[in-house]
Ligand binder design. Structure first.
Ligand code: HEC
Ligand code: HEC
Length: 437
């Protein structure tokens, strides 16, 4: 009798209608459940072994501890993380004294800004990305033009439309306000007398000329301080982790034989989950506990009129190989056998054209608008996009029309909303630190 009850769940939905067999507490209830035909029981059937494996692979419970970052010796250094925490919120690290990382990456908005295009000293051409969990990603930015979080942080600081300053300015600001803390972590700050505040290898001709006028050894020592700013910020960002939500609680309650826990997901949410891991093929790219494969795909997202053409990964792959701060660079702490991702990167191929990084879907319902330039305003619009699978404006889309019914589209959306969750990050890390030196 028990063997029968605990055996594989009954897969008996009528006409293929999705139905979930309930797991209802004690033995008496189980007997009752087993005694009721699937159709009569709200059309329920259990999850198949394959589905159970698929949904478990998405659970946050499977998120491994972060592996060390060999390119950043300070990645797991507490003092470096505390310094990075301060730098992340400090507007003095900008040309106009008004922009910090947190200006666009607002901790109250999952470290993004809820607008189609990020706004700093000027306006960016892409949407601000959330930060929690991105330390796991081998590539940073929508096009992966950076291969670590410390190298990533150095991009916006010298971007004319984001922080708008130069590495010489940042070295000076650091020496003026954080010298003691910096030196306790990274060793002596180099002499900066004679280094102009506006100097760096950026497009601005005056800043570039001032930079090139410095002897190479001085340029190198300023760049080293600059790299350390990135390493401290990365140490902070590594502590920002996605948390568990309703979906994860549900998966934790699914029995090995496929019986579903009661009262966590609605029937529509369960049906959406079934489509997500099944017929709608979402897990082809949105897989693993962060619901991303960390790869780049062309999904036929329309271009934005008025913005320059965006070739996505086709540019990013070339840029990361030439990046001054990549894993194989002189500023990296990695050994010759590290940096496998970079060494095996092939920067060519039609598949890279307009391919963008698969975003994590954790907390996605709270982060409209969507896609690399905020092209789609709502989750319903995103799912409709996948359903229609239009041709890509350049390159070739990897997605095929899904032929979903309106009900099924709504169910997938309902499922995505179960991925909402608070960050698994202590509150104080989400606020600017108290002033200290
Ligand atoms: C002006 C707004 C703005 C500012 C300021 C800004 N960012 Fe960003 N951030 C963005 C945008 C836009 C992107 C995506 C850009 C792209 O792909 O080209 C991004 C991407 C990122 C990513 C990549 C995440 C991923 O999944 O690949 C990280 C990490 C990040 N920013 C951290 C920072 C840090 C650290 C700072 C401060 C040093 C900072 N940002 C300053 C707008 C901003
Ligand atoms: C071929 C890989 C692939 C498949 C299949 C896929 N996605 Fe995506 N998804 C991506 C990529 C890449 C992006 C970002 C595209 C861009 O910005 O140009 C994305 C973006 C999204 C976003 C927006 C997230 C954000 O923060 O902007 C949502 C929501 C989403 N996908 C849900 C789904 C759902 C639901 C399915 C199944 C119906 C699905 N995806 C299937 C690769 C994929």
């Amino acid at each position: 009798m028990m063997a029968n009850l605990d055996g594989p769940a009954i897969a008996g939905g009528r006409g293929g209608a999705p139905c979930i067999r309930r797991r209802v507490g004690g033995m008496a209830m189980l007997a009752l459940v087993a005694g009721v035909a699937c159709g009569a029981w709200g059309g329920s059937r259990g999850w198949s072994a394959g589905e159970v494996a698929a949904m478990r692979s998405l659970s946050i419970a499977g998120l491994e501890p972060l592996p060390p970052d060999p390119s950043n010796r300070f990645a797991d250094d507490t003092a470096a993380a505390a310094l990075g925490h301060a730098l992340f919120f400090d507007t003095r690290f900008s040309a106009n004294g008004r922009v910090s990382c947190a200006s666009c990456h607002d901790p109250e908005k999952q470290f993004q800004d809820g607008t189609p295009l990020g706004q700093g000293v000027g306006r960016t051409n892409r949407r601000t990305m959330p930060v929690a969990g991105t330390a796991y990603s081998p590539w940073q930015f929508w096009d992966g033009r950076k291969d670590s979080q410390w190298a990533q942080a150095l991009g916006p600081l010298e971007s004319p439309v984001e922080h708008g300053g130069t590495r010489a300015l940042y070295a000076h600001v650091l020496a003026e306000h954080y010298r003691a803390r910096y030196e306790r972590i990274f060793g002596p700050m180099p002499e900066l007398a004679g280094v102009p505040r506006v100097a760096g290898p950026i497009d601005d001709p005056a800043a570039r000329a001032a930079w090139e006028a410095l002897p190479p050894a001085r340029r190198d020592s300023v760049s080293r301080v600059y790299a350390n700013i990135g390493k401290a910020i990365a140490a902070y960002e590594r502590r920002l982790r996605p948390g568990a939500g309703r979906f994860d609680r549900y998966v934790a309650g699914v029995a090995d034989d496929g019986r579903a826990p009661d009262g966590i997901l609605s029937a529509d949410e369960e049906a959406g989950l079934r489509l997500f891991i099944g017929r709608a093929s979402c897990t082809q790219c949105h897989n693993g506990p962060r619901l991303t494969d960390d790869h780049f795909h062309n999904t036929g997202i329309p271009a934005v009129p008025g913005l320059p053409d965006d070739a996505g990964r086709a540019n990013g792959a070339r840029q990361v190989l030439g990046d001054e701060f990549n894993c194989a660079s002189r500023y990296s702490d990695a050994g010759p056998d590290d940096c496998a991702e970079l060494r095996f990167l092939v920067p060519e191929g039609q598949a890279l054209v307009r391919a963008f990084k698969t975003p994590s879907l954790r907390g996605v319902a709270g982060r409209a608008p969507y896609m690399h330039a905020g092209q789609l305003g709502t989750l319903a619009g995103v799912i409709e996009h996948y359903d229609r699978a239009p041709a890509a404006p350049a390159g070739k889309t990897e997605v095929r029309p899904l032929r979903l019914t309106p009900r099924e589209r709504a169910q997938i959306e309902a499922y995505l909303r179960t991925l909402d969750a608070p960050a698994d990050t202590p509150r104080w890390l989400l606020e600017p630190p108290r002033a200290s030196n």
